[in-house]
Design a binder for this molecule. Structure first.
Ligand code: HEM
Length: 477
């Protein structure tokens, strides 16, 4: 049969592992030029078929479960981190129910309370953190934002007990568990290496910790006075009437912690690095807050966030150029004809989609490499995804109604049955952090340069190369 073209390589098993691994987007652009939207390359001995641009995004992300499968790819890496019976260690129908539990737990009331909690956490952090002593200085953005992200997410979504234990044992556990996502684990997640032993210990300890919290709460020691996700999951029941067991509550909470932490901390770091490159936007953001909320800058509420479109556009534009997930993978289950081609992909292949690639194409975006939050201003001639969405046939996965196909080149949160359910929370968290940050600080690149740092693709989630140091100065109030 007519298989997609194979990317040229010298070494059999290594194939294109090195060039892809160093910079996946440069690799995609180079081969897109040579072979077009569909080609196969060798990644650690596996045949990966990449399908680019909007047709490729749609083909892979909206694939049927009988054709493409996510858990076979993700489970070896994720199950030792999340534990049994959740996410990729269960049938897809069960994952859909678990996504529904989480999505339904993010009620308006919950989101409203999170804005207040996140704001408090930011204010505390900017006042007390050793990085921000005095009136001005420099800071390593990715390092500091990783810390702030975990505090804000745990105070809101994870709940008070988890937030409080972060100051002691939890940080270390989190670190050990996170080592489970080292890239080497793509091949060796089962191996009895020291980092995998530490991961397994950390997972068991963490499952115990969450289970204890659930039991304590159930015994009536703690009264339900917050909207965190643990309280919500304690009330959830599967379709067959069975409540979510403790170890599954724990597994879902760990999955949320991991999913949210890497993507949001990378994104918040990129936001600040882009703002440091463009200090005039920081002043525009502050001006937007003053004109929408009042010159005295009252505490921001969930409803206020809707009145700050430039803040949302800063997040949106940063996700266009710096999507933390550069490659999305699925196992092929039966021979598939790639949409829009006559290539056939056999079941021995893995499919790879990269919505971050279509977001950088000049047939969709004017001057695509340029970071400009104003490209999303009303009336700008950008790609009109909402118009397209409205035209499309819908499908209900239980956790939400999404388009059956997707024509948008801009999909930082994915599409189809595996689409992100954390988008609302991520936007809320990122916007609230930006609101608090620009109220307190000015930032700029060291010496006022206009450079932007490169991307580190060595982990599963891309992030700014560390260290990435910028200058801060506290505003006079
Ligand atoms: C799935 C991106 C934040 C929870 C996904 C996917 C993407 C994504 C691209 C699809 C993966 C695939 O198809 O294989 C992002 C970005 C975020 C973010 C860019 C922040 C800027 C969050 C947060 C949470 C979360 C904060 C939790 C509160 C999930 C879950 C899935 C998911 C549960 C579903 C996985 C599946 O169905 O297989 N996310 N995410 N994400 N994300 Fe996020």
């Amino acid at each position: 049969p007519n298989e997609p073209p194979m990317v040229f390589h010298w070494l059999p098993v290594i194939g294109s592992t090195i060039t892809y691994g160093m910079d996946p987007f440069a690799f995609f652009f180079a081969n897109h030029k040579k072979y077009g939207n569909v080609f196969t390359f060798i990644l650690l001995g596996r045949k990966m078929t990449v399908c680019l641009d909007t047709t490729g995004n749609n083909f892979i992300l909206n694939g049927k479960i009988k054709d493409v499968n996510a858990e076979e790819i993700y489970s070896p890496l994720c199950t030792p981190v999340f534990g049994k019976d959740v996410v990729y260690d269960c049938p897809n129908s069960k994952l859909m129910e678990q996504k529904k539990f989480v999505k339904f737990g993010l009620t308006q009331e919950a989101l409203r309370s999170y804005v207040t909690l996140i704001t408090h956490e930011c204010e505390d952090f900017f006042k007390r953190h050793k990085t921000f002593k005095g009136q001005q200085g420099t800071f390593d953005v990715p390092k500091v934002m990783a810390e702030l992200t975990i505090y804000t997410a745990s105070r809101s979504l994870q709940g008070e007990e988890i937030r409080n234990s972060f100051d002691s044992k939890f940080a270390e556990l989190y670190h050990d568990l996170d080592m489970g996502f080292s890239p080497i684990n793509f091949m060796l997640s089962w191996a009895p290496l020291p980092h995998n032993r530490a991961r397994d210990n950390a997972r068991e300890t963490m499952i115990k910790l969450y289970s204890e919290i659930v039991r304590k709460r159930r015994s009536g020691v703690a009264k339900k006075d917050s909207h965190d996700m643990i309280w919500h999951l304690m009330d959830c029941k599967y379709k067959d009437g069975v409540p979510v067991p403790e170890h599954e509550i724990a597994g879902i909470m760990i999955a949320l912690l991991m999913a949210g932490q890497h993507s949001s901390s990378s994104t918040s770091a990129w936001i600040l690095l882009r703002l440091a490159q463009n200090p005039h936007i920081v002043e525009e953001l502050l001006a937007e807050q003053k004109s929408a909320l009042g010159h005295h800058l009252p505490p921001v509420s969930y409803e206020d966030l809707q009145k700050l479109p430039l803040h949302a556009q800063v997040v949106k534009e940063t996700l266009r150029l710096h999507a933390p997930i550069h490659s999305i993978m699925r196992k092929v289950k039966q021979p598939l004809v790639v949409d829009g081609t006559n290539y056939v992909v056999p079941p021995s292949h893995t499919l790879m989609s990269s919505p971050g690639f279509s977001a950088q194409l000049d047939n969709h975006f004017v001057n695509p490499a340029h970071w400009d939050p104003h490209r999303w201003d009303a009336g700008q001639n950008n790609y009109d995804e909402e118009r397209d969405e409205a035209d499309e046939e819908k499908i209900d996965y239980g956790w939400g109604v999404v388009s059956k196909g997707t024509k948008s080149p801009y999909l930082p949160f994915g599409a189809g049955r595996h689409r992100c359910i954390g988008e609302q929370f991520a936007y809320l968290q990122l916007q609230t952090i930006v609101v608090a940050f620009v109220r307190e600080f000015k930032i700029r690149n060291v010496g006022g340069s206009k450079d932007i740092i490169g991307t580190d693709y060595s982990s599963l989630f891309s992030r700014p190369l560390a260290p990435a140091v910028v200058e801060w100065e506290r505003r006079q109030k």
